[in-house]
Design a protein around this ligand. Structure first.
Ligand SMILES: N[C@@H](CCC(=O)N[C@@H](CS)C(=O)NCC(=O)O)C(=O)O
Length: 261
């Protein structure tokens, strides 16, 4: 393939760290696709808490990721990754149609369980069911969704499983059951790829992103350095999370991605 000039892309900046990649699973999905297709890119980091004017001019919805194609800014990670597949089919990341929905309900189930305050609702079970369905699929067709070949469905799921593991581990002291061995192996495979290592946000920023906004601001130190949340005990985090924050504020912040999962 002839040399390609770096594509301009807009991604979420980390909270409090304008030059660091932030915790947007949709931005990471686009970056993973570019990496796996060996396409060069130049990132513009966008502070979503204080969106700059230039960004709002090119993104009326105010969302990342954005990808510049022939002088036009394209939004939505699905549209962007499809466009990349059409324009740069080699190596192919196309998901076989029969596998297109594998794992697709994991992210909404994870978010529901994470936000649930009622241990007797079925949100944990619903998430377990989705993870088990993925395990069954991987057992029959793994190690990736499409056997040996990584595909778009894997690149969509990888950042979401990363968020799930970190957020539920730190905020609910919850881990994926050991017996879901194919899921564990799948996550290890995905997270150990160069593409993933190059595009992942820090654990601290993932955790901060899932905390209610006011708590998350407390936990982030200005000038771009995130406090090591591992050093904050889980008890303290959950205590803070339950502090007298008006109900409407809780989880009502920058998680626009939740609605768009
Ligand atoms: N369906 C969109 C969802 C993109 C999305 O929701 N991005 C979030 C960040 S993860 C966003 O830009 N939210 C706007 C905001 O926080 O103001 C996609 O797949 O690209």
């Amino acid at each position: 393939m002839a040399a390609v000039a770096p594509f301009e892309v807009c991604v979420k900046a980390a909270a409090g760290a304008p030059d660091l990649l932030g915790d947007c699973p949709f931005s990471q999905k686009m970056l993973l696709t570019l990496e796996e297709k060996h396409l060069p890119y130049a990132m513009k980091m966008v502070n979503l808490s204080d969106k700059p004017k230039w960004f709002l001019e090119i993104s009326p919805e105010g969302k990342v990721p954005l990808f510049k194609s022939d002088e036009t800014w394209v939004s939505d990670s699905d549209c962007i990754t499809q466009l990349l597949e059409e324009k740069y089919p080699d190596p192919s990341l196309a998901t076989p149609p029969e596998y297109a929905s594998v794992g697709s309900k994991i992210f909404p189930s994870f978010v529901k369980f994470l936000k649930s305050k009622d241990p007797s609702d079925s949100s944990e079970q619903a998430l377990l069911d989705e993870l088990r369905a993925l395990d069954d699929h991987l057992k029959a067709h793994g190690p990736y969704i499409n056997v040996e070949k990584i595909c778009a469905a894997d690149l969509s799921l990888a950042p979401k499983l990363y968020h799930l593991e970190i957020a539920l581990g730190h905020l609910k002291n919850w881990t994926i059951p050991e017996d879901l061995t194919h899921v564990h192996n799948y996550m290890k495979l995905l997270f150990s790829r160069d593409s993933f290592a190059k595009t992942k946000p820090t654990k601290e920023h993932v955790i901060a992103g899932w905390l209610p906004k006011d708590i998350s601001e407390l936990c982030l130190i200005k000038r771009g350095v995130a406090m090591n949340l591992n050093s904050l005990s889980l008890g303290l985090i959950s205590l803070l999370s339950r502090a007298r924050v008006p109900r409407a504020l809780k989880f009502g912040h920058s998680r626009a991605r939740v609605q768009n999962a």
